[in-house]
Write a protein that binds this ligand. Structure first.
Ligand SMILES: NC(=O)c1ccc[n+]([C@@H]2O[C@H](COP(=O)([O-])OP(=O)(O)OC[C@H]3O[C@@H](n4cnc5c(N)ncnc54)[C@H](OP(=O)(O)O)[C@@H]3O)[C@@H](O)[C@H]2O)c1
Length: 276
C-alpha cells in the first residue's frame, strides 16, 4: 500500500539523528506530507527538548510506554532512531503494536534488514549524518524485498536531509563509515588545517573560518565540476610552488592511506554491530 498524504509518522528514538531527519522532513515540501508526527523518547530531558524544538500543532511528544504502544498502532511509517544496541529492548516495548506491519525506516548503524525483521517485513535502512541538521546531509538507502514498492517514498524521505542514493544492503557498512563517520574525519582534518594556520600566526578566528570555508568550497567545487579529486588537486599544484610542497609532506606522513584505512576500520566496526 502506498504511503498517502496525511500519513502518520512515529519516530521511535528521537535523539540527534531522529530529530535531524524529522526536522528535515517537516521543514520540506515533500509529498506525501505527514498529518501527524509522534516523537518517542525515554527521558524527561528529551521530552522537554523535543517540545521546545517542535511546536507545530501536528507534532506530539511521548515518553510514556502505553502512549508509545498506542502511537505505533497508528503508525504508517516508523522512523527508528535508537542506538544500535537498544533495538531489541525498544522492540520489546512495542512488539504488540506492530501487527499491521508498518514501513520501518531504520537509521541504525550495522543492524541488518534481517535483524530488523522483528519489527516488520517492510524495512528500509537509511544511513545519514549530522550535517543533515543543516540540510547538507548525505543518505544511503537499502530496502528489504517487501519494502521495494516504497522505494520512491523512502528515497524522497531520505533526500530531505540533503541528498540520497540507493545502494545494495551489502554496502551499508561502507556507507556507515563514509557517510556516518565521515564528518568526524573531516572535522579532524579541519582542526589540523586550523592548527597549521594558528602555528603560522593567523588569529584563531581567521583560522577557524578559513579552515571551514576551504573544506566547504572544495566540496562544492568537486560536486559542481563532477571531476575526480586527483584532477582538481593537480590543477592547484603550480610547478615548484607551495601546494605541491605541502602535499608531499602529507604523502610522507601516509595521510592518504591513513584516511582510507580509517574508513575501512569504521566499516569493520559497523559490520560487528549486526546480530548473527
Ligand atoms: N550521531 C551520528 O553521527 C550518527 C550518524 C549516522 C547514524 N547514526 C545512527 O543513528 C542512531 C541514533 O544515534 P544518535 O546519535 O541520534 O543517538 P541518540 O542521540 O542517543 O538518540 C537515541 C534516542 O533513542 C531514544 N531511546 C532509547 N530508548 C528508547 C525507548 N525505549 N523508547 C523510545 N526512545 C528511546 C533516546 O531517548 P532519550 O534521549 O530520552 O534517552 C534517544 O533520544 C544510531 O543507531 C546510530 O547508529 C548516528
Amino acid at each position: 500500500m502506498a504511503i498517502k498524504d496525511g500519513y502518520t509518522l512515529v519516530v521511535l528514538g528521537a535523539g540527534v539523528m531522529g530529530t535531524a531527519v524529522t526536522a528535515a522532513v517537516t521543514e520540506s515540501n515533500m509529498k506525501p506530507f505527514p498529518k501527524r508526527v509522534i516523537l518517542c523518547s525515554k527521558s524527561a530531558n528529551s521530552h522537554e527538548r523535543l517540545k521546545k524544538q517542535f511546536q507545530q500543532d501536528y507534532v506530539e511528544v511521548v515518553t510514556d510506554v502505553d502512549r508509545k504502544k498506542a502511537a505505533i498502532k497508528e503508525a504508517d511509517v516508523v522512523l527508528l532512531g535508537c542506538k544500535p544496541f537498544h533495538f531489541e529492548s525498544v522492540h520489546e516495548e512495542v512488539r504488540d503494536s506492530l501487527a499491521h506491519n508498518p514501513l520501518v525506516i531504520s537509521l541504525l548503524a550495522g543492524v541488518t534488514i534481517d535483524n530488523l525483521s522483528i519489527f516488520s517485513d517492510k524495512i528500509a535502512r537509511v544511513m545519514t549524518n549530522t550535517p543533515a541538521q543543516f540540510g547538507a546531509g548525505m543518505a544511503t538507502v537499502a530496502l528489504s524485498e517487501s519494502a521495494s514498492e516504497y522505494r520512491q517514498f523512502v528515497v524522497d524521505f531520505a533526500s530531505c536531509v540533503g541528498a540520497a542514493q540507493e545502494i545494495p544492503e551489502k554496502n551499508m557498512d561502507a556507507a556507515t563509515a563514509l557517510v556516518g563517520s565521515g564528518p568526524a574525519m573531516c572535522l579532524l582534518m579541519m582542526e589540523a588545517l586550523y592548527d597549521g594556520g594558528v602555528r603560522m600566526g593567523l588569529t584563531h578566528d581567521v583560522a577557524r573560518t578559513a579552515a571551514a570555508k576551504v573544506m566547504e568550497g572544495t566540496a562544492k567545487m568537486a560536486l559542481e565540476t563532477g571531476e575526480h579529486p586527483a584532477v582538481l588537486k593537480s590543477k592547484v599544484c603550480t610547478p615548484g610552488g607551495t601546494t605541491i610542497g605541502g602535499l608531499l609532506k602529507l604523502e610522507d606522513a601516509g595521510v592518504r592511506g591513513a584516511i582510507a584505512r580509517a574508513v575501512e576500520e569504521a566499516a569493520i566496526i559497523s559490520a560487528s554491530f549486526a546480530k548473527k
